[in-house]
Design a protein around this ligand. Structure first.
Ligand code: 5GP
Ligand code: MN
Length: 342
């Protein structure tokens, strides 16, 4: 049986569905989560909710519609637990394992519901799911979901049969994950974009919401980080650390540094770029690399993380990897010298 057929069969047999995505959700996670939620509710008539482990950042809140069934586990753990307990189907998207659904993981694992994974990351945890729809060489989970939904019997390739809000969400997540068609674009990605435009998706509106809607703080902080904080090492590794003092100085909100990690790669001499954000118990680490340098294996080896070959992330824990925040710099220097020799 084809994967889409299997997906449809499992969905048809379910009545209450939990859709969930990775912690600190990005555009692809929220876009694919909302698209699936809308498909389940508006086309399949299911009771469904999207559970995000941590809140949707303000900069991406435009993807969600008013009154939609979206719960954040960090804000409303009780409601999320109850919804999961009542669900007979869990669909996990844009992450390769329940371990990325931080905080929610034990409730998902304990659930007797059928479990489906729809994802484009390396190393999917096939053991924990009844059905895995995984494709690594694709731009985004939104693109994978797009091609999957098109195969469903109630769509039959006709995008008009899907709600416009579903198409908008898919276009949004594909756009953010490709960094507006700068990376991971294949012919199928452009075909998807072309078909979505033909189906009436307003790309200009989406681009304005994603890229032209920030507070002034973002650009002031960007200037400061690039001017005062960017360090470039002789081995082609660049790093920037957004510490707590700087966050306070610029009134930083989660999501406002989106994309900063890409910028140093504009330099010919930079092959790997790292961006660290200080939190209470750890640094969140973002890594991007040029072809031939693996962000994924570097993140796995030194930063308790992973992701894709050229875009990965992880965490650097205080009291485990480093004893205090001040040690981050020397950790980066030694690990990157060890991994990316000059
Ligand atoms: P970002 O730097 O935008 O947060 O993440 C880049 C990519 O790495 C995304 O595909 C994301 O899912 C993945 N990623 C980020 N943090 C982690 C992590 O802690 N563990 C794993 N396995 N992947 C991560
Ligand atoms: Mn993604």
């Amino acid at each position: 049986m084809k994967r889409a057929e299997e997906l449809e069969k499992i969905i048809s047999a379910s009545s209450v569905v939990t859709v969930t995505v990775h912690t600190h959700p990005d555009g692809d996670a929220i876009g694919s989560g909302c698209a699936m939620l809308r498909y389940l509710r508006l086309i399949k008539g299911k009771k469904a909710a999207l559970i995000v482990p941590t809140a949707i950042p303000t900069s991406l809140s435009f993807i969600a519609e008013d009154g939609e069934a979206i719960f954040s586990f960090s804000d409303a753990p009780q409601e999320c637990q109850e919804w999961i307990a009542a669900s007979d189907l869990v669909i996990c998207q844009d992450c390769n394992s329940f371990s990325r659904v931080t905080g929610v993981e034990p409730y998902l694992r304990a659930s007797n519901a059928k479990k489906i994974l729809i994802d484009h990351h390396l190393n999917p945890d096939t053991e924990s799911f009844d059905l895995v729809i995984s494709k690594i060489d694709i731009s985004s989970t939104c693109e994978l979901l797009y091609w999957t939904l098109k195969e469903m019997s109630d769509v039959e390739g006709d995008l008009k049969k899907l709600p416009q809000s579903c198409l908008d969400a898919l276009m949004t997540g594909m756009t953010t994950d490709t960094n507006n068609f700068a990376n991971s674009v294949s012919p199928s990605t452009l075909t998807m974009a072309s078909e979505l435009l033909a189906a009436g998706v307003d790309r200009d509106k989406i681009l304005n919401c994603i890229y032209n809607n920030y507070r002034e703080n973002r650009l002031r902080l960007m200037g400061f980080m690039l001017h005062d904080k960017m360090t470039i090492m002789a081995n082609g590794v660049s790093y920037m650390i957004l510490d707590k003092i700087t966050q306070e100085r610029y009134g930083f909100e989660y999501g406002e540094s989106e994309g900063f990690v890409n910028m140093p790669l504009a330099l010919a001499k930079v092959n790997v770029s790292m961006f660290l954000t200080e939190e209470d118990t750890k640094f969140r680490v973002s890594i991007r690399s040029k072809r031939g340098f693996s962000a994924n294996s570097f993140a796995m080896k030194y930063f308790n993380g992973g992701g894709h070959e050229q875009a990965a992330g992880g965490s650097l824990y205080f009291g485990k990897d480093i004893s205090s925040p001040e040690e981050a710099e020397s950790y980066i220097i030694s690990s990157s010298k060890e991994y990316f020799a000059e």
